[in-house]
Design a protein around this ligand. Structure first.
Ligand SMILES: NC(=O)c1ccc[n+]([C@@H]2O[C@H](COP(=O)([O-])OP(=O)(O)OC[C@H]3O[C@@H](n4cnc5c(N)ncnc54)[C@H](O)[C@@H]3O)[C@@H](O)[C@H]2O)c1
Length: 458
């Protein structure tokens, strides 16, 4: 299967890419950053806000694993607007692009934080979800809802995976396991709030990635699964384990934070029953693998980047930023306008007979009309049939005028010769370039409704 992995350069996504390769699938990465872990995987750099870029990247894909997101709750709290755009609207764009590209399934990375029950309460995929407290959870839940809506409206298959708290190689340094390991490696004591009895459902990242691959199974169509381990670990247990595995640097107890949330008990039974998936790696084993990876990672001397590689990376980041900017359609529009003006001046200087000028004009105007009708009306189901009928009429008139002897006589056109044919094709190409650049500019500036919004409004 060819699978697009959004966020494939990140912590969990990179493991998903590895396991897709191991399972014989062909992953393609879509991310705003190149993967620091693999350079042998086809990668499309881009933003989740770029609907066209997403759709192009999905061409020929059977499924999409959508993991790109603002995944760090602190980052979300600092940048609420950008985070909502990535998590909620970014997911909407992924679904819309998948619909446009004819992708069968979108597998969506959600979180067990969507469960808002009482501390210690047992929950599963059928449990009612309350109103989320954090913007991160709200935006991830919005993504889940969009998956369902797209299935309901357009029959796009989804699989929602609610991840437990992942740990393992490549994890963000701020998470609890990396933070404890980092401190112990630096010879510092580990800080635990209160008695350290707050428990969490951790899941080893490679187990999580194998769950993502299993979610491509036909049985997982339109299902939601919790990917969690079957036991909870307390903060104190983690601290003690890290002391044992890294160094006995001591544990410092600080005051209990008020009302520290113990968390609900999330069941992973459905994933086991339907997908045959369980989190196999025992916590101690997973932390030990993480410590080993961390030691190897830190021991590997940082290789200074070659100037050429540095320049290529800078250029690719600059191009990605440029693609999202309003300047690009503006530059295309100005350039197409300049080329069309040069073309008109050149044709004028040739001193063509009236019949040939008329032929050029009719061809260009008709092509422009067909292009605009299709471009502006086709995406909206309300105007789609009008667009089809008008396009067909304009095309029929065009064929009649340009291709038939009667049309030539009626419209006083020239009989097409080789040079007229070349001039006509050039003119049509320039007119369509100008029109498409103009439409892109108008869309970017919000003057024309975006196709995705138009489809939703329909
Ligand atoms: N890490 C966790 O604790 C956790 C827990 C539950 C669920 N999840 C979910 O799992 C998924 C992956 O999380 P992770 O921990 O690997 O995160 P990560 O930050 O390591 O990776 C996210 C990747 O997405 C990319 N990205 C972010 N915003 C983007 C945008 N607007 N356009 C294009 N690319 C963008 C980043 O460059 C990065 O490579 C996320 O959807 C997250 O919500 C994570």
């Amino acid at each position: 299967m060819k699978v697009l992995v959004t966020g494939g350069s990140g912590f969990i996504g990179s493991h998903v890419v590895d396991q897709l390769v191991d399972a014989g699938h062909k992953p393609v990465i879509y991310d705003r950053l190149p993967s620091p872990f693999r350079d042998d995987i086809q990668t499309q750099l881009g933003e989740l806000s770029d609907l066209t870029g997403l759709q192009l990247a999905m061409n020929g894909c059977d499924a999409v694993m959508h993991l790109a997101a603002a995944a760090d709750v602190n980052e979300v709290a600092k940048m609420p607007v950008e985070s909502e755009a990535a998590n909620a609207r970014g997911t909407l764009n992924v679904l819309e692009a998948a619909r446009g590209a004819g992708v069968k399934r979108v597998v969506y990375a959600s979180t067990i934080w969507v469960y808002t029950g009482e501390s210690g309460e047992r929950v599963d995929e059928e449990s009612n979800l309350g109103m989320p407290n954090h913007l991160y959870t709200a935006s991830k839940l919005a993504g889940e809802m969009y998956c369902r809506s797209y299935n309901e409206l357009y029959e796009l298959e989804f699989t929602v995976l609610r991840f437990g708290i992942p740990y393992g190689p490549r994890a963000r340094p701020a998470a609890v396991v990396p933070a404890f390991v980092g401190k112990a490696m630096a010879g510092e004591a580990l800080t635990v709030a209160g008695a350290g009895d707050q428990s969490r459902r951790f899941v080893y990242v490679e187990d999580l990635a194998s769950g993502c691959v299993k979610a491509l199974d036909p049985a997982a169509a339109n299902r939601t699964y919790n990917l969690v381990s079957d036991s909870s670990v307390t903060i104190l247990e983690i601290a003690e384990l890290v002391q044992e595995l890294v160094a006995p640097t001591g544990i410092k107890y600080t005051e209990q934070r008020t009302a520290d949330y113990v968390g609900v008990e999330v069941s992973g039974a459905r994933a086991e029953e339907e997908l045959g998936w369980t989190a196999e790696t025992p916590f101690a084993e997973g932390v030990s693998r993480y410590v080993q990876w961390r030691r190897e990672d830190e021991a590997a001397a940082p290789v200074p980047m070659q100037p050429a590689a540095k320049a290529a990376r800078g250029l690719s980041a600059a191009l990605t930023r440029l693609r999202g900017s309003v300047a690009v359609p503006f530059i295309y529009t100005a350039a197409s306008l300049a080329m069309l003006a040069a073309y008109v001046v050149a044709v004028d200087s040739l001193g063509l007979p009236n019949a040939q000028v008329g032929t050029l004009a009719v061809t260009m105007i008709a092509s422009l009309a067909v292009f605009l009708l299709i471009e502006l009306m086709w995406h909206n189901p309300k105007t789609r049939s009008a667009s089809a009928v008008s396009s067909a009429l304009v095309t029929a008139l065009f064929i009649f005028a340009v291709m038939t002897p009667w049309g030539h006589q009626l419209f006083h056109l020239a009989t097409p010769g080789r040079s007229l044919f070349v001039l006509t094709i050039t003119g049509v190409a320039l007119v369509i370039a100008l029109a498409s650049a103009g439409v892109a500019l108008a869309r970017r500036r919000g003057l024309i409704e975006d196709a995705a919004a138009a489809r939703l409004n329909a």
